[in-house]
Design a protein around this ligand. Structure first.
Ligand code: BEZ
Length: 386
């Protein structure tokens, strides 16, 4: 027998086993986010925020090292189920983090629910995720599409606007944001006279801007985000419409976009669960750390990613890092108060943040806080049965 060879093989097997055990000890976190297309910047900011919190905890969550897996979902609903199953079945992640686009997120939530894999939604506002699709393993650290848009209804009516035209992309996020605004605005006494839309992610706004000019409403309310929001605000300004018909939106219209929008965005009023100039010790520390780590200012997407890691930390602390105790981990997350840079928030029974919605005004490169439009706004979670 060749003893030298046997000893080498034995040593190699030992190393493999040790490596395997170490890998098994790691918490597997799967990012399903857009890293290309109109929402690419949003996906990157979410990942940056998540990793910043982990770095602040010494690179671990609940005392466990983390192994990351990544899929670029391209904001493409047609590939969503397949992409989700890469992380769930192939990589066997413990927790899914994602995504941005509501249509993609609905397929992700269905796949997570079927496989009983814990999911933390870090942006997509699809009402259904914490509505009919709600489940003990599904959490959100962002918002429902209804929340920020609903809050703008009474604010806009209070400014004397009686009629509104809405314009958005024709998919769940746009439809639901418009639905939320309409509910708040009409409850306050206003009337939405026309709902305009174009397919996602088209940016050929000109014919619709011509229609708005002809309709002459008191105001326009919109949902656009990412690259599409940049182009819409620039086109609205270039058409001169902002001089006669004030533009309002869910805050995604001007978050993470101001550098590119420049002059065209100045003075715009939006509603969102985060704002610049909150000037709290928590937010100031977060912003300083983020700027140091990434040489960029954080936006709402970075906050949502950061808070997903914080939420996981609360769950893992409760089970002392033992991820096998899935039910206890989830119960602790559902009952957590997240010390967010946006201000502390709790989760509703359906797993969605109950949070303040800020009114913000664009000033230079900031969405400066003006007021709290609605305090502790909870999504109605229509259709959620737990
Ligand atoms: C959504 O699809 O839910 C969404 C995308 C970008 C910003 C906000 C919401």
């Amino acid at each position: 027998m060749n003893h030298a060879l046997t000893r080498t093989a034995f040593a190699a097997a030992l190393m493999l086993a040790a490596g395997g055990a170490q890998a098994a000890d790691k918490l597997k976190v799967g990012f399903m986010l857009p890293y290309s297309g109109t929402y690419a910047a949003l996906g990157n900011a979410i990942e940056n925020g998540f990793k910043l919190y982990v770095a602040e905890q010494g690179g671990k969550l609940g005392g466990r090292d983390i192994e990351y897996f990544k899929v670029d979902d391209e904001s493409n609903p047609a590939k969503a189920a397949e992409n989700a199953n890469r992380l769930i079945k192939r990589d066997q992640v413990d927790v899914l983090i994602g995504t941005v686009h509501s249509g993609v997120a609905m397929a992700l939530a269905k796949a997570a629910k079927d496989a009983d894999t814990t999911l933390i939604v870090t942006n997509a506002g699809a009402n259904a995720i914490t509505g009919p699709l709600c489940s003990p393993g599904i959490f959100r650290t962002s918002f429902t599409n209804w929340q920020p848009a609903y809050a703008m209804g009474p604010v806009a009516y209070g400014k004397g606007h009686k009629t509104a035209v809405t314009i958005t992309w024709k998919y769940a996020a746009g439809d639901e944001a418009i639905g939320g605004f309409k509910e708040g605005f009409e409850k306050a006494g206003g009337k939405v006279v026309k709902e305009l839309s174009l397919p996602f992610p088209n940016v050929e706004f000109q014919p619709l801007l011509t229609e708005i000019a002809a309709l002459k409403p008191d105001m326009v309310f919109t949902f656009f985000a990412g690259g599409g929001a940049v182009k819409f605000v620039q086109d609205y300004h270039a058409a001169g419409l902002d001089k006669t018909i004030p533009l309002y939106g869910s805050g995604f219209l001007t978050d993470g976009t101001l550098q590119a929008q420049g002059e065209s965005a100045q003075g715009l009023l939006t509603t969102l669960h985060y704002a610049d100039g909150l000037n709290t010790p928590r937010d100031n520390a977060f912003r300083a750390d983020y700027a140091k780590a990434y040489k960029a200012q954080p936006d709402v997407y970075a906050v949502q990613g950061y808070d997903a890691a914080q939420l996981m930390q609360s769950g893992l602390a409760a089970v002392k890092g033992d991820f096998g105790k899935k039910d206890d981990f989830r119960k602790a997350m559902r009952g957590a108060t997240v010390d967010s840079p946006r201000g502390p928030f709790t989760l509703s029974a359906a797993g969605n943040p109950v949070q303040d919605i800020y009114l913000r005004r664009v000033d230079g490169l900031e969405n400066k806080v003006v007021d709290i439009a609605v305090k502790k706004l909870a999504d109605p979670a229509r259709g959620c049965k737990l």
